[in-house]
Ligand binder design. Structure first.
Ligand code: BG6
Length: 451
């Protein structure tokens, strides 16, 4: 950006700011991307000692070591902020809401009013979850539009900053060998998995009101789905990309409670700030359908959960079997071709296909062979963190990887039927692969999770 700018992180001493945002900003600064950065201000109720330790270690410290005592609920805090803004004439102001989602509304209303007194160009960045259901997401959008233009709003989903996810476009749209197969004639089914070994990590107050559907399925998982299933945009401009995602999301059938499995890990009720007898799901698996010519009758299976046996985030596109596989000549099972986009534990793309066993007989049962592109090994250095990529996009004003207002509402509509459904809650043991019912969901269709 050519103009000078300042960043204001509301919730600036919180976990997200300390673990992700401030370190990402420092790396961007060191790499020379933030030449016009005036200062990063951390706004919070009180100065936190670990925030102080962190910012004094960041270089150059005068850019990052700027604390502003700020209570989202108090008008006096906004007056104080206003005094600072008055000194930043002509600068672009970037406000990052790294707050508890329960505070978004108040913060937006008061900040919006304050900004009416200023003519500075501005951007507002808002974390997920954006609302708690369809109605509240609509209300939040209306509130945003009272004070901001859509092009000033950056609804962030950090999964879209991951290298593998950004590679889906190139794989799909720049390769004849994939592009020509990417539809119902050749794809058997798709799996999207984001499972974690960690629990709720002291976030009970938020998580118990959210659960796995609001925390992961409605946002990260539906975004992965959009990237995998959308039509190619006519050209690579943010609005055209977002138009295609919206078109796709309109074709996604609302998820049926009958095709949903909810679970809760044993011991969840003992976590701090979890309500007694809470029915919040820490696991969810669904079968989803897309009603459009490309994907009609191709099932999409999505699964996410906490306290499972491992951390794994990936999307698998599983192709149909060849009509008369070689393998059928032998007494062995043919493997279906797959392409796997993994974001965790590694950023990699793996293609699974059938080959003659190495140094085996000419006529032999084919074996599954994997060709892998591991991005970090390929570039030979640590890849940028998702937040680094996205923050740079915000600064440069590229909205391609951010969620538009109509998009987020459609995403809520898709999960709305299962938010309050009384589908049974299955208790599962920590360290396992979740409730048995989630595995039956695929077994019924003659398939199995690739995990
Ligand atoms: C966050 C969720 O958005 O994503 C967390 O709130 C979850 O509950 C996290 O652990 C997973 O992200 P990542 O990048 O660690 O896979």
């Amino acid at each position: 950006m050519n103009r000078k700018f300042s960043i204001f992180i509301l919730g600036g001493t919180g976990d997200l700011a300390k673990r992700k945002l401030l370190p990402a900003l420092e790396r961007l600064y060191k790499e020379g991307h933030l030449k016009n950065l005036h200062k990063v201000y951390s706004l919070a109720r009180k100065e936190d000692p670990s925030w102080k330790v962190l910012v004094s270690s960041l270089e150059p410290s005068e850019k990052f070591d700027n604390f502003l005592q700020f209570d989202v609920n108090l008008d006096s805090s906004y007056h104080h902020l206003g005094r600072i803004l008055r000194e930043l004439k002509g600068q672009e102001l970037i406000f990052y809401l790294a707050l508890s989602p329960f505070l978004f509304e108040t913060a937006l209303r008061k900040l919006g009013r304050l900004l009416r007194d200023f003519t500075n160009p501005r951007k507002i960045v808002i974390e997920k979850p954006f609302g708690f259901d369809t109605a509240s997401a609509r209300k939040l959008n209306q509130l945003l539009y009272t004070y901001f233009l859509e092009e000033e709003i950056y609804r962030i989903d950090h999964f879209l900053g991951k290298e593998t996810i950004q590679n889906i476009f190139s794989v799909r749209f720049s390769n004849t060998i994939f592009e020509s197969l990417w539809h119902r004639n050749f794809v058997d089914h798709v799996q999207i998995v984001a499972i974690e070994d960690i629990g709720i990590e002291g976030r009970g107050e938020y998580y118990d009101k959210a659960g796995a559907i609001r925390d992961m399925l409605q946002n990260h998982m539906l975004q992965m789905l959009s990237f995998l299933a959308m039509e190619p945009p006519c050209c690579m401009y943010p609005e055209f990309i977002r138009d295609e995602k919206v078109k796709l999301l309109r074709s996604v059938r609302k998820i049926s409670p009958e095709e949903t499995v909810k679970g809760q890990y044993e011991g969840y009720l003992l976590e701090k700030a979890v309500r007694e007898g809470s029915k919040t799901e820490t696991f969810v698996a669904v079968k989803l359908h897309i009603d459009n010519p490309r994907w009609q009758d191709v099932p999409f299976y999505l699964m996410t959960g906490k306290r499972l046996s491992k951390k794994l985030s990936q999307m698998a596109v599983v192709f149909k079997e060849v009509p008369r596989s070689f393998a059928n000549l032998f007494d062995c099972m043919p493997n279906q071709n797959k392409i796997i986009f993994q974001t965790s534990p590694k950023n990699k793309i793996a293609i699974h296909f059938e080959l003659r066993p190495p140094a085996g007989k000419f006529i032999a049962c084919p074996v599954e062979t994997v060709m892998e592109y591991d991005m970090e090994s390929y570039v030979g250095k640590k890849l940028p963190e998702a937040y680094e990529t996205l923050i740079l996009d915000i600064i440069e004003g590229d909205r391609s990887l951010f969620i538009r207002g109509d998009e987020v509402e459609l995403m809520w509509e898709i999960v709305q039927p299962i938010l309050e459904s009384d589908a049974p809650l299955h208790i599962y043991k920590p360290g396992t692969l979740g409730p048995e019912q989630a595995h039956l969901l695929l077994q019924k269709d003659g398939k199995a999770w690739i995990i």
